[in-house]
Design a protein around this ligand. Structure first.
Ligand SMILES: CC(C)(COP(=O)(O)OP(=O)(O)OC[C@H]1O[C@@H](n2cnc3c(N)ncnc32)[C@H](O)[C@@H]1OP(=O)(O)O)[C@@H](O)C(=O)NCCC(=O)NCCS
Length: 247
């Protein structure tokens, strides 16, 4: 036990040192293909699994709401099944089965809805600022950075900044290649971005969602605070978050 405990800081420092091989530089047109791949993979990675979707859906509404819905559905199903079977035992069993099926259908709808939302977001992004990154992020104060693995020369992460309004710059497209995560690449990108923003805005803002807990932790750690939430709808257990950091 002591062996593993004493190994942990060693392991941590080894992994952290790997970020010494990372250089952050401004985007070049030849990075485009790798950036798009990292962005799309990052978005695919955030999707919850089906069991996770059920858990989220159940946690989303307060226990009073889903207990009431369960009771209403159970009563309804038992009335209908009793009408057809004239048996209390059979109608009880059937009602519970129908209730379980309803939960599965609800979570399947949410699961598919999340996937559609993600696919729409990816398509929208690839057709907007990511279509021609160089052109889009070279206007005014807008900028785009990539993290390069010095050992291979490959792009392993990206982030951009866009002018939202006179006082606010918005962080966009933060993503790190999945095999390079938890090695400080995200922090390096944030450091470059924040250093650039000094003197150019009053606040940095960014939008994320509850599907991205690693990103939320990273932003909070960098001093961003939650300023607003927006629910997708009362039916879908997903909401968007808006974070800001004063400069
Ligand atoms: C969010 C993301 C960019 C973080 O990149 P990263 O290179 O792994 O981040 P870092 O290694 O610099 O981590 C910095 C801190 O963030 C937090 N963090 C990062 N990943 C985390 C995880 N999986 N779980 C918990 N905390 C995490 C930790 O506090 C970490 O510090 P620590 O390692 O000292 O504990 C990366 O997970 C990613 O690309 N996710 C998919 C795309 C995405 O969600 N983008 C955000 C769009 S808004």
């Amino acid at each position: 036990m002591y062996f593993f405990v004493s190994l942990k800081p060693l392991w941590k420092s080894f992994i952290k040192n790997m970020s010494d091989d990372i250089t952050v530089r401004v985007f070049r047109p030849e990075d485009s293909k790798q950036v798009k791949k990292i962005f799309v993979d990052g978005m695919n990675w955030i999707m919850p699994t089906y069991p996770n979707t059920i858990l989220r859906a159940i946690q989303y509404h307060s226990p009073i709401v889903y207990t009431s819905v369960f009771i209403v559905l159970l009563t309804l199903y038992s009335q209908i099944t009793y009408y057809f079977t004239q048996s209390i035992a059979l109608s009880t069993i059937l009602s519970v089965i129908y209730l379980l099926i309803s939960v599965l259908i609800y979570s399947a709808v949410i699961y598919l809805y999340c996937h559609k939302m993600k696919d729409d977001f990816v398509a929208l992004s690839l057709g907007a600022d990511l279509k021609d990154i160089h052109e889009y992020y070279n206007k005014g104060v807008n900028r785009f950075w990539v993290a390069i693995d010095d050992r291979t020369g490959e792009v392993v992460g990206c982030v951009g900044i866009l002018e939202k309004d006179k006082d606010v710059l918005e962080l966009k497209r933060m993503s790190v290649r999945s095999d390079m995560r938890r090695r400080g690449v995200g922090v390096k990108l944030m450091e470059a971005l924040e250093a650039y923003c000094v003197g150019k805005c009053k606040k940095i803002g960014l939008g994320t969602s509850i599907l991205q807990p690693p990103a939320m932790t990273l932003y909070r750690k960098r001093g961003f605070t939650l300023k607003g939430t927006q629910y997708v709808s009362w039916f879908v257990p997903i909401y968007f978050l808006w974070f800001e950091k004063e400069m």
